[in-house]
Design a protein around this ligand. Structure first.
Ligand code: DGI
Ligand code: FE
Ligand code: FE
Length: 186
């Protein structure tokens, strides 16, 4: 499927407000790709697909995760908010015919992050947090760091996310911790 066709299909799958967020991530990912030297077309494709599974019902995602060998089972022990990322990568591959493994991994790890993220993964992870429609307290600091230092910006996103999860007594996926340690120790 061509990019424009995928954009239209994603628009039909998502509520208007969620699609507005997706468009914000697309534009932010394009800017970050140009800034930090990644392929802008790949960044926009990963961005348009990153939340493709966002409104799938949790029980349907659970069934899919249990059924498909390619989907990680351990994620079922964590909050269902996390499931749309690997399920989205699966849909991108099997419904939208995306074969580029870097694009699929950028979708797969956009919520938790992980250690050794590729530049494309970093761009989608960061763009998701800082896109212009986001009003999260402190997002301006992340946007400022993203002007020049992608790793510093991502470290701050990890910190903010972990602090938020701690404040809610929520579990923290190990990939988020591994991702934080990976960048903070460099
Ligand atoms: O899908 P979006 O709303 O655009 O953003 P997202 O994919 O980053 O999902 C964010 C949600 O995931 C947010 O409510 C926090 C939640 N979450 C739950 N557990 C974890 C987590 N985020 C991370 N990074 N790590 C977790 O362990
Ligand atoms: Fe998401
Ligand atoms: Fe998102």
């Amino acid at each position: 499927m061509e990019y424009e066709e995928i954009l239209e299909a994603v628009k039909e799958r998502l509520p208007a407000q969620r699609f507005t967020h997706v468009l914000g991530v697309v534009e932010t990912a394009r800017i970050l790709a140009v800034r930090f030297g990644a392929d802008a077309d790949e960044a926009m494709l990963a961005a348009v697909l990153h939340d493709v599974a966002k409104v799938e019902p949790a029980d349907q995602m659970k069934q899919m995760i249990l059924r498909e060998v390619d989907l990680p089972k351990d994620i079922l022990r964590f909050h269902s908010e996390l499931w749309h990322a690997p399920v989205g990568a699966f849909i991108a591959q099997h419904t939208f015919g995306i074969t580029n493994p870097f694009v699929l991994d950028a979708v797969r790890f956009h919520t938790t992050g992980r250690m050794n993220m590729t530049l494309l993964e970093k761009i989608i992870f960061l763009a998701d947090y800082i896109e212009p429609n986001r009003t999260t307290p402190g997002v301006a600091d992340c946007r400022e760091l993203a002007e020049s230092d992608i790793n510093a910006a991502i470290i701050l996103v990890y910190k903010r996310t972990v602090a938020y999860l701690l404040s809610k007594n929520a579990t923290i996926h190990p990939d988020t911790i591994y991702g934080y340690n990976d960048l903070v120790s460099q």
